[in-house]
Design a protein around this ligand. Structure first.
Ligand code: BDR
Ligand code: CA
Length: 317
């Protein structure tokens, strides 16, 4: 049976990698995408998500989400990581399709209610839409199967500050609401996502195997490699968002601990995810270790077949 999935996303270069991985993996049925600010504005994220779906001939609704965080002013988009339009140096894309007429929160609630216990929501951007969904219809905690979040860090480690990861830092209040709600959450944080890395040679191979989709990712990722090289001195990139998709399809490739998590919402540690055994909230399943070789191989194997899968969908339409 295929796993129904909604991807909440701010595409974004590694978001594009994650989305094309999910589209190419027949174990997953992506029933929708919801969009959020972070790497780009929400309007750009919606446009980019529509464009990625059209590139892969994947017919699915895309619902636009919140434009700003819940209780504070938003930070500017991370264009220094993902480029002005979200895909490195590539220009703005012009998809033909239009977004769903529902907003992301309503779309999330209605989609989970339509398939109780069957839908996994994989959030690879700031968690504003998920927190809004909890407000819109609190019964989503009962209708969703589980929530997988790319964000945070169990160790005191960050990529925006020394202790805060970008998706959590962009809307800490929303993240705290998500970790505090009564649903099954898995956190796929920097503890594991920085352990799996890909190189320009990997993307060159993908461009050869899948000239359209692999070729697009190869071009977009050049900017991402520049950013990583400036930061780490190595021309290899962290596979943040694809790791969250692989935690859905291949959960056994990760080792977990279960603890309640709270999020620091003010002060110098704002955006830090804190393991707090005393917190009166449900435990989060936290990915602590990863078989990074196997995760990298899964990414390469499925994305190498992405054009083939896209052609098959086109021919079926
Ligand atoms: C997360 O932040 C964004 O830049 C990436 O797309 C990823 O979701 C990593 O911290
Ligand atoms: Ca992202």
């Amino acid at each position: 049976m295929t796993q129904k999935l909604i991807i909440d996303t701010d595409p974004g270069i590694d978001d594009a990698m994650a989305i094309h991985l999910a589209f190419a993996d027949s174990r997953i049925d992506v029933i929708g995408m919801t969009t959020i600010f972070g790497n780009v504005t929400t309007a750009q994220a919606t446009r980019n998500a529509l464009y990625l779906a059209e590139m892969a001939h994947y017919d699915l609704p895309v619902a636009g989400g919140a434009a700003i965080p819940r209780h504070r002013a938003g930070a500017p988009p991370a264009d220094f990581v993902h480029g002005d339009e979200g895909f490195g140096d590539l220009p703005a894309m012009q998809p033909a399709g239009k977004p769903d007429n529902r907003d992301a929160a309503r779309f999330l609630c209605e989609s989970c209610a339509a398939h109780p216990g069957e839908v996994i929501v994989c959030a690879v951007g700031p968690l504003t839409n998920l927190a809004a969904a909890l407000d819109h219809d609190p019964s989503i905690t009962q209708t969703v199967k589980r929530v997988v979040v790319m964000g945070g860090s169990a160790a005191r480690h960050g990529n925006v500050s020394d202790c805060a990861e970008a998706n959590i830092w962009n809307d800490p209040d929303a993240a705290d609401a998500v970790f505090g709600a009564d649903w099954d959450v898995t956190m796929v944080g920097l503890d594991v996502t920085e352990k799996t890395q890909c190189t320009p040679e990997d993307f060159a191979r993908l461009a050869e195997s899948a000239p359209v989709i692999g070729g697009f990712l190869e071009q977009a990722s050049r900017f991402y490699f520049d950013f990583h090289e400036a930061k780490t001195g190595k021309r290899s990139c962290f596979m943040h968002d694809p790791s969250a998709i692989i935690a859905v399809t291949d959960p056994d490739l990760f080792g977990y601990e279960r603890h309640p998590i709270t999020v620091v919402c003010s002060g110098s540690e704002i955006g830090r995810t804190v393991i707090d055994p005393k917190a009166d909230r449900r435990s989060t399943q936290i990915a602590m270790t990863v078989d990074s070789k196997a995760v990298g191989e899964i990414f390469m194997r499925y994305v190498a077949a992405a054009d083939h899968m896209a052609d098959a969908r086109k021919n079926m339409a």
